[in-house]
Structures are given as structure tokens and as C-alpha cells.
Design a protein around this ligand. Structure first.
Ligand code: BGC
Length: 785
């Protein structure tokens, strides 16, 4: 195994990381009150259920540093963007995921003094995210300025079984006093987005209603007109007994609440159960929302907190059965991988093909909750292996349904004949990113969308998808590439000018190797799929080519001509694919020779300096090698890895996982592990100093890939799974589940070898270390190391 001289990734990471989260295999634990880390914790301890998500804000008032965030999937606002100058084809707005009405709020007053942890002495503070059962627990003791001491405990969750609902159990115990306690559960729609460009508020009130034990508030987004009804219903318990106190419901603009006044006794247990629902006009007629929110509240409060919590544990158990990864011998790694899997499941459940996976999921505003190429390039492999195939199918259908808009988008930029350019960033299919170098030039996202279709069909064998939906998308994307290239008289080859590759640290380059590679691969794959669909679903093929006016022979001939005559930059001396034309003119100082004080360069350097440097933000040539690995021999992969990795600063969270997988492929186990560490605890240890904005949800799928495709060496070849695993030095064993074409396998890699359990009633063959193994239904076998 090769070790790398001067390799300082680990030292760098240790210097940057925060280390306040306690290690536990199933829980994320924060002990002690860390107000300066509060926004980071609010991200890490976020909850979600695919339809709604909530940062770990406190229920009671908090005047310290906080980023309030409650998000309802698919509800966004087109915030007018600020740009210096306008260019044809620029979108007018940047879509933002909206901070929606606060449903968790419970104000507490003790003898007139508001409970606010920023103004109290706090002790025994503990926040705990129970990933096994899917809830957040917080406990603390507070001493107010007036010397009143109370113990508080809250448990809350966003229900997986009732995915428009959440529930909170909030308990208070006066420790050194008896006195007046006022509890005010509320719903507050007067919320802001921190990233609002013009400090505008994005919601208008539609209507509201209150009653003795609850109420609802219906709000409408400006411009997009989404309506969301947020309701609450509460129950009070004194020393565990339900009581019916007289409450004082009240309302003000964009706000509903009910005040409960109590004469509390020292040592008494006062608990409020707050049930909440967030219903959106995406799923109901706006006029029906009020009735529906009341129905939902009646149903969930009727079930009661403990039943909802049990349902939650049950729903999570079903998820963990399919996608847990067990690591023996390294509790920190175990915690990290579960955290990644937990957050991915909280973000996207695959129930609704109008929804997708924002790079920060429901954990923050950054990246607007919008869809990026991250979904197709990074998240698809995770959902393919760990969820029903309809989940990935829905991710593909999301893009299929937005094809018309992608064609429209390409038209705006001067393309024709049904060419499609999918947006770089979108909510509903419309482009909503407006930096020209990304919007117009980072066109490789089109290729990732085609690659996801290929990946889905390769994995599932669902070729019917191609005839029904996939081919239409592939032709539109290939038409785009065919128009985006041009013939160079000088080179006597086709070239692609003015693009930005995944490496966003260089824009407007000519012949980015990765983009050129993807473009011709797309055309090649499209031709291949045309052949398949034509033979297997002739009628559908005919209907499709009529619908889209596909001139079969001339268009295919054109694709073939481009495939055969595409130019690829190459560095002869080192025998590596060249990132782009002119890359070698750049000063070639390796990352290891950059003073640490200058990193990350995106925070320390001017933009022009970054652009002129040879530094690569994330896998670019190596992304192409990762996608099309089977086309390259190991020595080619090694040469390219050895050339590009030392020039890569990994300043995108999407970078380390691809490097980890390639290092594993090259047998460099130590580096594979180092890159894995960098991705797996990225948020828990806040390596990049940006977790306060939200967690890196899409790169979490990359972490999963690093374990399963990297250490597990899993690939799909010839319609079958193959494994080429190794065991990281520090681990005793690791195991994971993969679903594949109607089978569910548990793969455990230990010092003895590879244990394969077939948990399904269908026999299957897999390849382990290049040898075929038959695994009978409900049987297991060991392939010795
Ligand atoms: C990366 C992109 C990615 C985006 C959202 C950027 O920093 O460079 O590749 O799509 O983040 O995750």
C-alpha cells in the first residue's frame, strides 16, 4: 500500500474541527450549553419527514444567536435577485425555500419573567437526537435572573407516519419555588428568511381561528401563491393527569396563541403536549385547508403523543432495516454514517415526484432548498440501494415532468429542435440561478441527468422506463449537446467552448474533458437506447419520434459523427486526460505547498486569483473517471488520480467521497479511509465551518457511497452486484444492506471474509472478488478473505 509524502489532510482536519458532539452509536448528543455553537447544533439536530422539516430551534423564546427554520417541502418564493447586469436568458429570481410559520413555539413566563436561555444561568443542558426512533430530546435546568430555578425537558419529532404533522412534549418542573407560570403555545407566521434579498417578508395572512385548546393560521406566499395552514392542538397534564385549564385564546396579525395561567407548586410536573400540522395547497384545495388541518389535528391528538411516538419508532425501524450500516470497532464512524443515513431519510422519502433533495435538505436556507445535479450524481445511488425502486423512479420522473421547461430554457439561450438544457438550480423546472458562469456554462448537469437514467436502468433492470419516459429525455439532452459543440477547422475535430466543469474554480473554459466526455457518452447511450426501445417497444418508439419530430437517420448520423470526431485535451508527458485546454499554462504549485493560512482559498483569495490558479474545487476529470470507470484500466485511473488529487482543494463537500472511492479502487486503503473521514463527520465536527447554515445533505449520500462503493467495492456489472471489499484498519467489521432487483442482501465484511445473507425469498448470484457466488433464498454464505 502506498503512503503519501507530506500528506497533511488529517492534521488540517483536526485543526479545523469542532469536537463538542459526544460519540454514541445511535444518538447525537450535546452536553452543556454552547450558545456560540447554537446555530451549528440547530442544523445538526434538525428533524424532517420528507414533507416538512424543522431546525433544532428552542420551543421557548431565545434571544441569543439562532437561525429559525421550519420548511414545508416544495413551498418556495421567487426572490428577485440582485445582479449587476442582466443577460438574455437570466432567470428573474432565485427560488428560496421558505421559513414557514413557527409551529414549535411555547412561551413560558415565571412570575412574569420570560424563560429565555440567553438570559438565564443554564446547567445540565443536554440535546439528544435519537436516530433509531427518530426524535429530538432536550433537557436543561435554568435559573432566571430573579433566581427561579426550573427543570425543563422537551421531546419532539416530525412524524414519518403522519407526514404533515409534528408533536412536542414539553415538561417544566419548578425546583425552588411555587408561583405563577404562564404557558403560551402559539403558531407564528410573522417569520423571515435570513437570505431575503430585499429584507422582504414572504408570507401574507389568509385567515386564522382559535379555540380553547388550539387554532390554526393560514398563510399565503407572495408571488407563488402557495397556501399553508399551520395548526396546533394542545393538552395539559399536571403530575401526569390530564387537566382542562381555562385558557385564553388570542390572535394578532399572522399569529395565534392560547395562554394558560397556572399556580405551580414546587416539584410539580407540568407538561404540555402540543400537536401541530402543516398542510399545503400543493396537496389540497386552498379553500379546504382549514377543514383539513382541523381534521388532521383531531386525528393526531386523538392518537396521542405516545402512540405517535411509537409509530415513529416503527417507521424508523422499517427504514433502518433497509439501510443501516453497522461498523464494529469505531463508534465515531458508526455514529457518523448513521447520522448521514438518518438525514437523507429525513429529507426525501420518495413519496411525491414533485419533490426533490436540496443540498441542505430541511436544515437551512442555503442553496434555496432547490434541486441541483447533486441529486442525480450523488443521491441516486443511495436511494437505489436502500429504498424501493419507486423512490429513484420518482426522482427521475421529477426531471421528466420538467422536460418542457428544460426545452424552453434551452430555447431562451438560442437552442432549437427540442434541445433541452435542464436548469442548474430549480424548484419547478425553471432555472433560478443567475451567475452566468453557472447558469449558462455549468452544463454538465444535463449529463448527470442522463447518467441517472442509465444508473437506474442498470441497477433495476426497469427497461420499460426508457420507452415510457427515459428516451424522450435522452434525445432532448443529446440534441442539446449536438448543438452546443462546434467544428474547429484548426483541430479538424469538434470542440466545446465556454463551459464550467464541476470545478467551479475556473469558468468559461474550452474543452473541459469531463463535459466533453459526458456529452459524447450521452449521445452514445441515446443511440443505444433508441436501438433497444425500437426493438422492444416499437409502437411507443413510433409515437415518441412523431411527438418530438425526431429525424432518426440524420440525427443519429450526426450524433455518431460527433462521437467519432470529438476532441479531448490530453497531457502527453504524463499520459493523463487534461482538465481543459490551457490548464498546463497555469502555475503548477501543489496544494501541499500552499500555506495553510491561505486555505480555504475560497475564503482567503480574490476570485481572479482562484480562477488563475491550478486549484480544483472538486472532482472533475476524476468525476468522469468515477462515472465511466469500466472504460479505463487501473493504471490510467492511477495516473489521473495521482495528477489531479494533489491539485484539488476539496472545497466542495461533494469532493472527498469520489476521491475515497477511487482511492479504494486503486488499493490505497489508507487514503480511502482519510477521505471517508472527511466526508462522514463533515457536519458533526463542522470541518468546513459552515454547518450553521445547514447540513450538507447531498454529500451525505456521497458518504454512503464511500462505504458501499469504496470500502465495499460494490458495482453493478452485467445485471448483477459485484463486491471487491476491504476492511479499514481501524474497523473490526462493517455491514450494509442493499436491495437489488427483488432481493435484499446483507453484506458483512470482516477479517474472516465477506458474509452474504440473502434476506429475501429469491435466490441471486453476486460476484465477490471477481468470482460468482450463488446465494439461495433466505440463506447465507461466507467468502473467505
Ligand atoms: C458545488 C456544486 C454543487 C453545489 C450544491 C457547490 O459548492 O460546487 O457542485 O452542486 O455546491 O451542493
Amino acid at each position: 500500500m502506498r503512503r503519501w509524502a507530506n500528506y497533511n489532510l488529517n492534521t488540517l482536519l483536526q485543526k479545523r474541527m469542532k469536537d463538542y458532539i459526544k460519540v454514541d452509536e445511535w444518538k447525537i448528543i450535546e452536553e452543556g450549553f454552547n450558545p456560540h455553537y447554537n446555530k451549528i447544533s440547530e442544523s445538526i439536530f434538525s428533524l424532517g419527514n420528507g414533507r416538512m422539516g424543522q431546525r433544532a430551534n428552542f420551543e421557548e423564546a431565545y434571544s441569543g444567536e439562532t437561525l429559525q427554520g421550519n420548511y414545508v417541502a416544495g413551498v418556495y418564493y421567487p426572490d428577485k435577485t440582485r445582479v449587476g447586469w442582466w443577460k438574455n436568458g437570466y432567470p428573474e429570481y432565485f427560488a428560496k425555500v421558505l421559513n414557514a410559520a413557527n409551529w414549535i413555539g411555547i412561551d413560558i413566563f415565571i412570575d412574569g419573567e420570560q424563560l429565555d436561555l440567553a438570559k438565564c444561568e443554564v446547567s445540565s443542558f443536554r440535546r439528544e437526537l435519537d436516530m433509531k426512533d427518530g426524535f429530538l430530546k432536550r433537557a436543561f435546568t435554568a435559573r432566571t435572573a430573579n433566581g427561579k430555578e426550573l427543570a425543563v425537558e422537551s421531546i419532539r419529532f416530525c412524524s414519518m407516519a403522519e407526514d404533515e404533522s409534528g408533536a412536542i412534549k414539553y415538561s417544566i418542573k419548578p425546583l425552588n419555588f411555587s408561583g405563577q407560570i404562564t404557558i403560551t403555545p402559539f403558531v407564528d407566521g410573522d417569520v423571515v428568511n435570513k437570505d431575503s434579498n430585499y429584507d422582504e417578508k414572504f408570507w401574507d395572512e389568509v385567515k386564522k381561528e382559535t379555540w380553547q385548546t388550539g387554532g390554526y393560521l393560514q398563510m399565503r406566499t407572495k408571488k407563488t401563491g402557495f397556501e399553508v395552514a399551520t395548526g396546533m392542538e394542545f393538552v395539559l397534564l399536571l403530575d401526569g393527569e390530564i387537566t382542562n385549564p381555562k385558557t385564553e385564546p388570542f390572535q394578532k396579525e399572522k399569529y395565534i396563541a392560547a395562554k394558560i395561567e397556572l399556580k405551580a407548586q414546587q416539584g410539580q410536573d407540568i407538561t404540555i403536549l402540543k400537536y401541530a400540522a402543516n398542510l399545503s395547497s400543493q396537496n389540497y384545495q386552498a379553500a379546504d385547508l382549514a377543514g383539513k388541518v382541523k381534521e388532521t389535528l383531531a386525528r393526531i391528538s386523538g392518537k396521542g403523543f405516545e402512540t405517535l411516538l411509537a409509530e415513529q419508532a416503527h417507521a424508523w425501524a422499517a427504514k433502518w432495516d433497509l439501510n443501516d450500516i453497522i461498523i464494529e470497532g469505531d463508534a465515531a464512524a458508526q455514529q457518523a454514517i448513521r447520522f448521514n443515513i438518518f438525514q437523507l431519510n429525513q429529507t426525501y422519502t420518495g413519496e411525491d415526484d414533485r419533490l426533490n433533495i436540496g443540498p441542505k435538505g430541511f436544515t437551512g436556507e442555503k442553496y434555496g432548498g432547490s434541486t441541483y445535479w447533486d441529486t442525480e450524481a450523488y443521491c441516486v445511488p443511495f436511494y437505489l440501494s436502500t429504498a424501493d425502486q419507486k423512490v429513484t423512479r420518482n426522482l427521475l420522473l421529477y426531471r421528466y415532468k420538467q422536460l418542457d421547461k428544460a426545452i424552453e430554457n434551452a430555447k431562451l439561450l438560442g437552442f432549437k429542435n427540442g434541445a433541452a438544457l435542464y436548469p442548474m438550480v430549480t424548484m419547478d423546472g425553471t432555472e433560478c440561478h443567475n451567475e452566468w458562469e453557472i447558469t449558462f456554462e455549468e452544463i454538465h448537469r444535463n449529463g448527470a441527468i442522463a447518467y441517472a437514467i442509465f444508473n437506474y436502468v442498470r441497477y433495476t433492470g426497469d427497461e420499460a422506463y426508457l420507452a415510457d419516459y427515459g428516451l424522450e429525455v435522452l434525445i432532448a439532452i443529446s440534441r442539446f449537446w449536438a448543438q452546443r459543440i462546434n467544428w474547429s477547422d484548426e483541430k479538424k475535430q469538434y470542440v466545446m467552448l465556454g463551459v464550467t466543469g464541476p470545478n467551479e474554480y475556473e469558468n468559461n473554459v474550452n474543452n473541459n474533458w469531463y463535459t466533453n466526455k459526458l456529452a459524447i457518452w450521452c449521445m452514445d447511450y441515446t443511440i443505444d437506447v433508441i436501438g433497444k426501445v425500437k426493438t422492444k417497444a416499437r409502437e411507443k418508439y413510433r409515437a415518441l419520434i412523431n411527438k418530438i419530430n425526431f429525424e432518426e437517420s440524420s440525427e443519429i448520423a450526426n450524433f455518431k459523427d460527433i462521437i467519432e470526431n470529438m476532441y479531448f485535451p490530453y497531457f502527453e508527458e504524463k499520459h493523463v486526460f487534461l482538465q481543459q485546454d490551457g490548464y498546463l499554462d497555469k502555475e503548477q504549485i501543489l496544494v501541499k505547498d500552499l500555506p495553510e493560512s491561505e486555505r480555504p482559498i475560497n475564503q482567503k483569495w480574490s476570485w481572479d486569483r482562484i480562477l488563475r490558479s491550478c486549484y480544483i474545487k472538486q472532482a472533475d476529470v476524476l468525476q468522469g473517471i468515477y462515472f465511466f470507470e469500466d472504460e479505463f484500466d487501473v493504471e490510467t485511473i492511477r495516473r489521473n488520480f495521482d495528477f489531479y488529487e494533489p491539485r484539488t482543494v476539496h472545497e466542495s463537500s461533494l469532493s472527498p467521497c469520489v476521491h475515497s472511492i477511487l482511492a479504494a479502487k486503486l488499493g490505497d486503503e489508507a487514503r480511502a479511509y482519510e477521505f471517508y473521514l472527511r466526508t462522514s463527520r463533515l457536519d458533526l465536527d463542522d470541518y468546513n465551518n459552515d454547518t450553521e447554515d445547514g447540513c450538507h445533505i447531498t454529500s451525505m449520500a456521497g458518504t454512503w457511497m464511500a462505504v458501499v462503493e469504496g470500502f465495499g467495492g460494490m458495482r453493478v456489472r452485467y445485471g448483477r452486484l459485484s463486491f471487491q471489499p476491504f476492511l479499514p484498519d481501524k474497523w473490526k467489521s462493517f455491514s450494509f444492506h442493499v436491495g437489488f432487483r427483488g432481493t435484499l442482501l446483507n453484506i458483512k465484511v470482516s477479517k474472516d471474509g465477506v458474509h452474504i445473507k440473502n434476506l429475501s425469498g429469491k435466490e441471486t448470484s453476486v460476484n465477490v472478488y471477481y468470482k460468482e457466488q450463488l446465494v439461495r433464498a433466505n440463506d447465507e454464505l461466507l467468502v473467505e478473505a
